[in-house]
Design a protein around this ligand. Sequence first.
Ligand SMILES: [Zn+2]
Length: 382
Amino acid sequence: MYQFCIFMSKIILIENHRLLKRVWILGCCILILSGCKEEIEIPEPLESYIFLYTSKVDAQAVNCGYTYYEEAGDRIKKHLRNSVPNLSKKELIELGNYFKNNYVVSPITEHTRSPWAIEIIERMKPFLIESGYSHTLFTLEDHSFSAFTVPGGNIFITTGLLDQINEIDELAYIIGHELGHNENNHTTELARLYKYVENKSNEGGILNYATTSITQLGSKICGKPDELECDLASMYLLHKAGYDPEIAMGGVELLKMYSEPKPEEDWRAALMAFFKSHPWSEDRDICIREYIQEAKFSAVCEHIYSNKKGFIATKQSPLELREFPIKRAKSIYKIPKGAKVQIVCDCIEQEYRINEEWLYVLYKTKDKKYYGWVDKKFIKPD
Ligand SMILES: [Zn+2]
């Protein structure tokens, strides 16, 4: 381009045409400022949300929803894990069918009558970590506002709930939440509990123990932290599936409408919470909103550098170039020690339990360019 500019300038100078000369000089200036210069590569627009977790969530590491009370549930789960051997997927699916045939009292429509529900589940499936489950959806002819899942991952939704849904994103929250129970093995824990009680009754003599209501214990092992895990898993899944987390909050609003309101007095709320298996919907609402906000911040670049800065990878082992500024994010490329990377932008400091700072960088191999995030600790100025 420079050669072309110079060539044209020479011709015009020779011809000595004043107007043409002025137009050309102006044009050249514009070209030099734009086209003649190498284009600055601004990265592709990033995700609008980068969630701390995928569909697997650790409630103990999240800011809200975990108390000493919940540790009782953890102890029960640990005991069950030690007492009941691992259950195969086939066993889980069989048990789920048994629950469906023996415990579900409302009439069931085999195929959900909501085309939205079918679309949602299909769009979420590629992002599930646990594989091998069909996640069949069933509609229950029931006026209550309810949805639940069973071991093996099949999902039941009442007509009462479907009737209240205004936006597909709201239903995506409900379905994502139910999938979250399977993704985080809550349904497996429930199956273990069932097997445990069944074994104890077969042993005989401990019938009193066996008759302890499964729902009583079930509420301990499928309690508040588990519900929270599913809410957060749902946000990841619905975002990945192309739905809007903020519109999906309408689903949480509906939940609030149909559940017991949280008492205004703290002491009363705390006392009642002790006997509740689910968190207060008001608390869930706050928790999920914060989680979405954090994900929004994580997706933002603080400074975009037009002149990319040269840095060198310093990590002993290869430096992971990650998809998102999160330690557990997928690795896109392993950058060898001493290789040059170019900083494209700074990510804002992560406040959500991770304090590393991340940089969005460009790494060029002989024939390919890779954009991704690296931990700032492992690179130094060239
Ligand atoms: Zn739930």
